[in-house]
Design a protein. Structure first.
Length: 129
């Protein structure tokens, strides 16, 4: 079955769910962080499904893989910032854990899609993802 729209990709759907949860959980961050950690975290999170969608719209599998790698980097950035928000006391431990669990799910899906596409290209998975 061929995926005709990026909206059909489970990884994109889960990444969108992660962004929504992140927005909900950053709404209560201190006002002085509106242009700091809040904005940075939201920007990094939005980049995840955006890069998945952009990559899906590209002409080649290699281009798609490139954008999936960018999405994975943004996911790691988001996780780092969630941990920082927890350490600063902006997020309760249970909220941090929940967001990191959701990020882990997106990471597994990104890895699976990346490995599948790489196998299609070369017959072997990409190392280090």
């Amino acid at each position: 079955m061929e995926i005709k729209s990026f909206r059909e990709l489970i990884v994109w759907q889960k990444a969108m769910d992660f962004v929504v949860l992140l927005y909900e959980n950053t709404a209560a961050f201190p006002t002085e962080e509106r242009f700091g950690l809040t904005a940075q975290l939201r920007r990094a999170a939005v980049s995840i499904p955006s890069n998945i969608a952009e990559g899906h719209g590209r002409q080649t599998t290699r281009d798609f893989l490139h954008f999936l790698a960018i999405a994975y980097g943004s996911l790691n950035e988001s996780q780092t910032q969630v941990i920082l928000a927890g350490r600063l006391g902006f997020l309760a431990d249970d909220r941090c854990s929940m967001l990191l669990d959701r990020a882990g799910e997106v990471a597994r899906l990104l890895n699976g899609l990346t490995n599948s596409l790489e196998k299609r290209l070369t017959g072997s998975p990409i190392p280090n993802l």
